[in-house]
Design a protein around this ligand. Structure first.
Ligand SMILES: Nc1nc2c(c(=O)[nH]1)N[C@H]1C(S)=C(S)[C@@H](COP(=O)(O)O)O[C@H]1N2
Ligand SMILES: [Mo]
Length: 252
């Protein structure tokens, strides 16, 4: 990266992507591009090195958070009278575009570092031991709501399918073309559940039929709905919002 003096001279050359980057940087880290340039010691006004500098910072952030994360720490649970009604809907599209997954034909696909990769039907998944939780869902957009989800502990599921629990990441592909990924410690956290029910009813389409991963220790966008495929890997798969610059760890 070449060092370049900063000043208003680069302003007119700033591309849309750079302006966007600067806005994100300021909103998320309270940093201006100029401050980042000082920290990074490089010209962050050219798109590629800016992206590299941001990614380096975000990776450092993930490493620090991973190191601080205590898998034994539990998210608060609430009595049922604290449940938020109606529970908000959110997705990268509007509620009238919610997808309709055919439960009869549905099969959950498994791949990567998993010994038994046979697909699972819904009746097979519903027959697994079920637990419930009343926890707070926190969205990065600035709202939160308490809901009740039920399903199988994700650690239980991963053990049953012979997932390599020493692998680093678990990735999720969703039927609505959403994706996300989590670290293995979070996947094995006792409150992380593969949820089939919301408020004691089969998960309605808007909340992610036929299943979502409920992770009360992570922000809402790390809780994938409409899961179609799960894979275990050692290389960070990123995700829909993660690839757009949201901090990958986004939790505790
Ligand atoms: N498949 C899928 N999962 C998703 C999303 C999405 O757009 N598609 N949005 C995420 C975000 S940002 C939030 S806040 C929650 C919203 O879940 P809810 O509709 O049950 O409130 O789903 C998360 N999981
Ligand atoms: Mo969200």
């Amino acid at each position: 990266m070449t060092k370049k003096s900063m000043g208003s001279s680069f302003e007119p050359h700033r591309s849309g992507a750079i302006a966007n980057l600067e806005r994100r940087l300021f909103l998320r880290q309270g940093l201006s591009l100029g401050a980042l340039a000082l920290l990074a010691g490089c010209d962050v006004t050219d798109g590629e090195s800016a992206q590299r500098a941001l990614q380096a910072m975000s990776r450092w952030n993930d490493a620090a958070q991973g190191w601080l994360f205590n898998p034994a720490r539990l998210a608060p649970e609430f009595p049922e009278n604290r449940i938020t009604t109606p529970f908000p809907f959110n997705a990268f599209y509007s509620e009238d575009e919610v997808i309709d997954v055919d439960g009869g034909r549905y099969k959950l696909e498994l791949s990567g570092m998993i010994a038994e990769r046979k697909p699972w039907t819904l009746p097979e998944l519903y027959a697994l031991p079920q637990v419930s939780q009343v926890t707070r869902h926190i969205c990065v957009e600035g709202w939160s709501a308490i809901g009740k989800w039920s399903g199988v502990r994700f650690s239980e599921f991963l053990k049953r399918v012979g997932a390599d629990l020493s692998a680093k990441f678990v990735g999720f592909k969703c039927s609505d073309d959403y994706s996300t990924s989590i670290d293995m410690a979070t996947a094995l956290h006792p409150q992380t559940i593969l949820a089939f029910r919301f408020a004691d009813q089969i998960l309605p389409p808007k909340y992610g039929f036929p299943m979502k991963l409920r992770i009360p220790t992570k922000l809402g966008f790390k809780n994938p709905k409409h899961i179609a495929a799960i894979f275990v890997t050692n290389s960070n798969p990123g995700g829909y919002w993660e690839d757009k610059g949201y901090n990958w760890f986004s939790g505790s």
